[in-house]
Each structure stands twice: as C-alpha cells, then as structure tokens.
Design a protein around this ligand. Structure first.
Ligand code: SF4
Length: 934
C-alpha cells in the first residue's frame, strides 16, 4: 500500500495528498465486518457483513472473490477480490465484481421449469426438484438398463470445476461427455500435445525477459486477469512484449512489437524466426540435444542412425531454409527486418522466453494447430521449456485433487462425440453433432446442456435449432443454466444452477509456475451456517430454488439406482457414514483431509481442520516455483522391473508402458510423449496417415490471401475476438457489463472503407458461404488492410417480449423459417428500458444489442485437430433497400453440404493396431484402453 501511495503521489499536483485505498478486511474480521452503509450517507449507519470467499465463474480463470453478505437480510451486497487467492491476488477484471448483478438480476431463472407446450413454444410450468429428479432419472435408468448408454449425453460449455462430473458419468458407465473445446482451443492443444504430450502451455510471465503472445492476454486472453497482472509485472521489470494479431488490440497497444500478420500466416513467421535462431546460433544446444527426439528423426527420416547432433542441426537448417524472412514477409506482410529483430530478441531472452497462443490464429485457420507447434519450436530452440521465465506444460502448474473411491473408466466409446474421421481431434467433435444426427449416426435419449448455448455460440446455430426441436433426434433435453439463453428456450426442462457465489466447486488453473486449488462456495449458505443455521441442500439458502450441480448430480445418481443394484449408488455414499448419501460438505471434506498435500498442516497451524480452513480462505497454494519437472529422477522403487530400450526409454517389463527416459546416464521422467522427449519429429503423425506433417510446419489457411480478391469486395473476417467485459452467454445478465459493452461494429481499415465508400456507423452487408448479416462499420487504422473483424459477444436475442434471454442484453427478434433450412431473423426492437424489481432496468439508455454472426458460418472442421476454423472468407456489400441492422439470413442446406466437403478431407481411423485414437493422446473422461480399439 505504501508503494502504491508513493507511485500515485508522484503524479499528483503539488499540495494534493493521497488517501490510502481501503485494504480488504483481515480474515480475523470476516465473520463480522462492519462498515458504514453507503446508501445512508451522509448519516453514519453501520452495516454488518459476513465476508465469504468464493471463486469467479465468469471465465475460466477462477479468480478469487470475497462476497459481502449482509447479515441482516442475508443478501450479497458486493463482490471484491480475495487477496488470499494465489493467482488473482486480490484483483479481478470487471466481470468478477459484476457477479453481484447476475445474482440480483430480476429476470434470472429462480425455479425448475418444465415445458408445457411444444418444444420452443415458450410455455413453462414450475415444478419441484423432486419431480425433476424422478422424471429424468427414470429415463436415464431405462436407457442404461436397455444397454443404450451412448444415448445419454452431457454437453458442457464452461465446466468450472475439476473432477465431479468424471465421478458421475463414469459411475453411470457412459461415454457421454461432450464439450465446447473444438470451438475454442483444440487446434492449439494438438500442437502442444504433439510436442510435449500435454496439450496446453503455462507461461511464467512475471519472470520472462521476452513475451510473445499470439493472443490478447492483457485484455481478454485465457486466464486473463492472472496473466495480465504478471505480464505487466514483467514489463515493469524490463521485459519486452511482442503481439501477433492483425487487430490492434489493447494488448497489442501495450506491446513493444505489434506484428499484424495476415491471418493464417503466423506459423510461417514463427518458422522464419526459428531459422534465424538456427542460423545465428541463438539456440540452447544442450537443451535441444538432451530433450528433443532428434536421434529418432535422423534414424526414421534420414536413415542415418549413426548421425551426431551436429548432423541433426545441419539437417534442421536445411529443413527450414525455405522459411526465409523474405518468404515470411510475403506471406504475412510483416517486414523481414522486423521478423529478424524480434527473432534476435527471442534468442537473447534465451530460457526466459514466455509464449502463449490459445484461440486466436490457432482457432481461426485451417492448419492452425501448426501455429502452436511452430511457437513451441521457438521455446524448444531457446531451451525455454519448463524454465524460470519460460513456458511449461500446463499440467505442471495445475493441481487436481483425487477424490475417494472413483469409478472405473467406462468401456464405451461414443462415436457421436469421437467419430472415426477425427482420430487426432482435441477433443470431442461437439459442433458437428447436428450433422451427425441428421445423417442418422445415432440418437440422443437424454441430453444435458450445461452452461452451454450451442444455438448462439456454435457456427450454424440454425442447424442446432433444427435438431433441438426434433424429438426424434433428441428425446429429452434438460438445460442446466444460471440464466436464460437461446438454447434453454428449446429445452424440456430448464434447471436453474448457481452462479459464482451459489455453488461448490474445486478449481485449479495453470496461471503461473505454481499449483493451487480454489474453492467455490455458496456464500449465503456458508454465512448462515456460520450463524448456526443448517441446510440439507444449497437451494434452500440460494435465491428462489437455484441449486448447485454437485448436489443435483448426487441426488440424480441416487435416484437412478436407489437400491444400489446397478452399481451406481455406491459412488455417492458417504465415506464417513457408510450406506448414507454423501453430502456436499463430506465430499470436499474428504478431499481436503486426504488429497491436498500440505493443507492439513497449514490448517492445523491455525487450529483448524482442512475444510474450515478452505471455507475461511477459499484457496490454497500447494507448491510454487515449479520448473524443470522433466528432470525428476526415477527413484529405485520405480526402476524395479524395468528395462531400457535402444531409444533410452525406461519400460515397465510388466505391461511395456514407458515410465521415463535415460538422459546423459540418468533415468528421469521426461515428457509424456512416446519418446519421453519433446517430439520435433512425430511418428504419430506419420503412422496416422499425415506423414507430410510429421515436423513443425506451415499449412496455408483456408483464407489465404491469394484466394481473395479485394476488388470484388472479398475480405477475411476475424470473428473470434473477445472483449474484456463480456464472456459468451453468461454475462448477458450483468447490467454493468452490458452498459459498458453493447455494440459490435465491424472493424475495417480506412483504405478499405475508402474503396467501399463507407463511413463509421454506416450499414454494410457481410456475405458468408451460407448467408449474410447486416452490421455497422467502424473505420479504423487499427486493423490490417484486407481484414475485417467483429467481436462475437453480441447479438443475443429473444423471441418473446418479456421472456427468454435477458432484456439487459437481447434484441426482440422475429425468426422465420421460409423454406426447409432457410432461416431469416430480423430485429423487431433493440434493448429497451423495462420495469422490474431493479430500478436500473428503467434507466437503460442503450438500444443496441449488437449483431449475431456465428449463425451465418458453416462448420469448417480442420481435418486433423477437429477445430472449427473460425475465420471466414466474406464479401462485403452495401445493404439493399430491404436490409436492416441486425438482419440475418442463412441456409442450412448449404451448411450441411459444406460440412460434407470438409469431412471429405479427413483420413479416418483405424490407425496402427486397429486403434481409434493413439493410446498416448489425452482424452477427457478417458475410457478403458480396450475402448480405444475398434
Ligand atoms: S479474469 Fe475476470 S471473469 Fe475471469 S475469473 Fe478473473 S475476475 Fe472472473
């Protein structure tokens, strides 16, 4: 605080003093924190609060929050940062404190609802949780007993927890997990997986000397707030930052180097940088020698098993000789001299080189997975993998506690999520579900959507509407959601689930070189229990009957197997009270007492047992300063019954599994790849029919510049960028956030606008392969010429005046199906003030709800990673006389045909040994190994 005062004082006019910012109250006062009521000002009226820690649920970062619960009304008055959270350290982005808006949203769903009319008609009846449990459990039970396990699917948008759903789905014995990963991060994941056997990066930003981001981490990236604060720390300590992004994001504006690459050319630039590192000998030779599978490459690809390391380096230079800075300039538009300069900066940073790509270029382009692979190549060459200031595999920096008595993995393999055409996908081919159902590949009997809004989020939402309304294709649809959304409108049951301060979850994320866990809590329940009350279920303390999922799934599972004969119930029995149904408190108590190293001891130091400690602080740091995990020695007990093969791998003699690798005479764990090294050469790619991509390389994008003619109005549309203030669906009912952000104009460069005769605010029509949308222009120098961009957060809709998606964020629309598969959506009116229990709803001054664009995108599944390639080749036209702002037109017949075209590019399984997927590849909710075989 003193440092803050000093630094702020330096900017003040002479004579003005600084009032210290209020610190968070000390934990000793969290049971009874007293402050004056701001609303009573100027009178000094004391208010008493229970301060309860929880974790934010408005993005994946899981930052800490402190809820201030009014002890008179048991209402949450505000949310602030939790200083005891190791990643967020008391700070939040705007979305954290705005949780309080979501809690008090007058339009939120407070009770379980069942549809009363036709699906999508919008008539509902309130029902009890007991009835929900009975009706849904009996359907699931029937499907399981009839051997139709693959007809049960749980489709999650934002998990927000670690572990509980594995217990549920694996106890049911189903392969029913589906995710949103393939519209988010699967391309980047594959690139990392091929290198290191772990599919995400964890940059140690705060200790870096050079940071290269192919993303916008300072404003909205993955693990946004925890990363942003560490990037700024590094900058304050002298680190330089480079940002590759065709758009001058707020992140790029803070960088030392803005590299506005032509979309899809990023891998070419990265490989050219790699070439410079090699040519100028700016590499960490020892690291590359010790930790890459260069010998395997020389043996397999150069038929030279006797080659030495210097031979390999010579060969490497040859492989990347074509990637000159001049070639990269032609592809990307970045001057060759700047590429050389940044490469030298990277080389000079050496092992303190932090990098990240998450969605961005990887998610936008055909072959985007080679972007993360090429980025990883720079980390490998500089030896900055797993180092202080470098970039580690994410799993090193994430702690997932193991709960008691886990079910066996399932024996099933669900081809509706894991089709044979995409054996290397990361992960489920979630957004292709409508086409699979239309093709008759299967049927879904019970479909849960959970914090997931595919109609609005996924490409070609109209195809989702078509299958969701068809009861032959989807028998029972239950939407578990904290707020109304466009998909819940098409459900049979709408089940209100808690927000950040209304549920239990355990989360850990790879935010920095540390492992921590954080505990989400239902803050009113905890505050009232501190005051001596008791609750059987969290919905008894939450607003209305908003429940939490842990308790819901426990009760549902118990109802499916009430007498235990199906073998399900036992996984939901208390480890403390045999034969009794477990309580949510017991579930977490067991984990904290048995599964988190150091927590019982830390708690004991405060005279607490582990659960009360976590209830008090909300987070715990398990280990910090984690580097060089690959060097962990195999201990003598691990080496018993092993042998070392010709590739220096330590193999178990019992089952042939690889346990580690011998490097320079020492047996260590290495990386979880087949070679236990970082795989420059991927035998997996070769074995699985993609030999041309066995090395880090460059795949020209489906929106390559040579395929576009600007004179004909053709552009690349970047539809993926996030805003710092909104997140997909969940922030729709946060009034503060919608007041800040409610418009998504199309960014277009001044030179392009001139060519088209456009000015800021004027309407334009953006034509895609399957339709069009009408949006306003924002003319700017902050984007590459030839590229246009539109944020995907906007364009929420509702079809009823006072029902459905919240009125803070949505336009009232008219949706018409004009012929089979031909859909037209027109805004009837934008956002308007409305009367409610919250007087702010009558003060709404904005009218714009933005324009939805994802509906007009055909699916474009990368044939290898399975990623939907978000970038679009579009044609920009002036609007016609009938066109109005927000108009959307799509033809799902065309999207189906395009799905088929992209499908034809795949090289389906089986792979070696009749496998569906390489055994060493990660998979969420991994089944038994036997299920990997056809
Ligand atoms: S970055 Fe913002 S939205 Fe995400 S968890 Fe942290 S506070 Fe919440």
């Amino acid at each position: 605080m003193d440092d803050d005062q000093d630094s702020r004082a330096a900017f003040l006019p002479e004579g003005m003093t600084v009032t210290p910012l209020e610190k968070a109250p000390p934990p000793s006062k969290w049971n009874d924190w007293v402050e004056y009521d701001a609303r009573a000002w100027p009178r000094r009226v004391e208010k008493r609060y229970a301060v309860v820690p929880t974790i934010c649920f408005n993005c994946e970062a899981a930052c800490g929050l402190l809820a201030y619960v009014d002890k008179e009304t048991w209402s949450v008055r505000r949310m602030e940062g939790n200083p005891y959270h190791p990643a967020s350290r008391g700070r939040n982005c705007a979305k954290g404190p705005a949780t309080v808006n979501q809690i008090h949203d007058p339009e939120r769903i407070l009770y379980p609802l069942k549809r009363a009319g036709k699906r999508g008609e919008g008539t509902w009846e309130r029902i009890s949780w007991q009835r929900v449990l009975e009706e849904i459990s009996s359907e699931i039970r029937r499907l399981i007993l009839e051997g139709r396990r693959n007809e049960i699917m749980y489709h999650v948008g934002r998990p927000g927890h670690d572990g509980y759903m594995e217990r549920v789905l694996q106890a049911w014995g189903i392969d029913g997990h589906n995710s949103h990963t393939n519209v988010c991060s699967s391309a980047a994941r594959l690139g990392y997986e091929l290198w290191q056997g772990l599919d995400r990066p964890s940059p140690d930003h705060s200790n870096a000397r050079f940071i290269l981001m192919i993303s916008s981490h300072l404003e909205s990236g993955h693990y946004f707030n925890p990363h942003a604060q560490r990037i700024i720390e590094a900058k304050l300590h002298g680190a330089k930052i480079a940002v590759m992004d065709p758009r001058l994001s707020n992140t790029a504006s803070m960088a030392d180097y803005w590299l506005p690459t032509y979309p899809g050319s990023e891998a070419a630039v990265l490989l050219a940088m790699g070439g410079i590192l090699l040519e100028e000998d700016l590499i960490d030779r020892e690291f590359v020698r010790r930790w890459t599978n260069w010998r395997e490459f020389m043996t397999e690809e150069r038929a030279n098993p006797a080659a030495g390391f210097e031979d390999f380096l010579a060969c490497l230079k040859e492989v990347y000789a074509a990637f000159t800075p001049e070639f990269a300039e032609r592809e990307s538009g970045i001057p060759a001299a700047q590429i050389v300069e940044v490469a030298r900066e990277i080389g000079n940073a050496g092992t303190a080189f932090a990098t990240h790509v998450w969605r961005s270029a990887a998610s936008g382009n055909l072959g985007g997975w080679q972007v993360s692979r090429a980025l990883g190549f720079l980390n490998v060459l500089t030896g900055s993998v797993g180092t202080r200031g470098g970039t580690s595999p994410a799993a090193w920096d994430k702690f997932v506690a193991v709960p008691f008595a886990l079910p066996e993995p399932q024996e099933e393999w669900n081809e509706l999520a894991w089709p044979r055409e995409y054996p290397l996908a990361h992960h489920e081919m979630s957004y292709l579900l409508p086409y699979f159902l239309k093709e008759g590949r299967g049927r879904i009997g019970v479909y849960f959507t959970r914090a997931y809004n595919p109609v609005w989020t996924n490409p070609d939402g109209a195809s989702w509407m078509e299958v969701l309304r068809d009861e032959e294709k989807i028998g029972l649809h239950a939407a578990l959601t904290p707020t109304w959304n466009e998909t819940a409108w098409l459900a049979d049951y709408v089940l209100p689930m808690g927000l950040a301060g209304e549920r239990h979850d355990l989360q850990s994320q790879e935010t920095h070189a540390s492992r921590w866990i954080a505990f989400r809590q239902p803050v009113v329940r905890v505050a009232r229990e501190r005051a001596g009350e008791k609750f059987e279920f969290t919905y008894q303390a939450n607003p209305g009957e908003v429940w939490e999922e842990d308790e819901f799934w426990t009760c549902l599972s118990w109802n499916i197997d009430p007498d235990g004969r199906m073998g399900i119930r036992k996984y939901f029995e208390s480890p403390y009270r045999p034969g009794q149904r477990i309580t949510v408190e017991e579930y977490y108590r067991w984990i904290f007492e048995n599964s988190v190293p150091g927590l019982p001891e830390a708690a004991a130091c405060e005279g607490l047992s582990p659960l009360p400690y976590m209830r008090k602080y909300g987070a715990f740091e398990v280990t910090k300063d984690i580097y060089g995990v690959q060097n962990t020695p195999l201990v003598p007990a691990q080496l018993q019954g092993t042998s070392v093969d010709e590739a220096d791998r330590v193999l178990s003699e019992k089952d042939g599994k690889t346990l580690g690798v011998v490097v320079d005479g020492k047996a260590v764990i290495g990386f979880p790849t087949p070679s236990r090294k970082l795989e420059f050469f991927s035998r997996t790619m070769k074995d699985w029919s993609w030999p041309e991509h066995a090395l880090p390389g460059y795949i020209p994008s489906h929106v390559h510049w040579s395929d576009l003619d600007r004179e004909k109005g053709e552009y690349v549309l970047i539809p993926t960028f996030r805003l710092p203030t909104l997140i997909h669906t969940r922030t729709g009912n946060a009034k503060w956030l919608n007041e800040i952000s409610h418009s998504n104009p199309l960014w277009i460069h001044t030179s392009d606008a001139r060519r088209l005769g456009l000015r800021t605010g004027e309407l334009l029509k953006v034509r895609t392969q399957i339709g069009y949308f009408v949006v306003r222009a924002w003319v700017t120098e902050g984007i590459r010429p030839g590229v246009v961009a539109c944020s995907h957060h906007m364009g929420r809709w509702r079809v009823r005046e006072n029902d459905g998606t919240g009125r803070w964020c949505s336009a009232l629309v008219d949706i018409r199906e004009e012929g089979a598969g031909v859909w037209r959506i027109r805004q009837v009116e934008g956002v308007r003030p409305f009367r409610s229990g919250d007087p702010d709803s009558e003060r709404i001054w904005w009218q714009d709800a933005g324009v939805h664009q994802n509906l007009t995108f055909a699916p474009q599944p990368d044939p290898i990673s399975g990623m939907h390639c978000w970038h679009q080749k579009v044609r920009i036209e002036p609007p016609g006389p009938e066109d109005r702002y927000g108009d959307i037109y799509v033809d799902t017949n065309k999207s189906f045909a395009i799905y088929r075209e992209w499908l034809a590019r795949t090289r389906p399984a089986p792979g070696p040994n009749n496998l569906r997927r390489p055994l060493w590849f990660q998979r969420p909710f991994r089944p038994k190994d036997t299920a990997y075989y056809f």
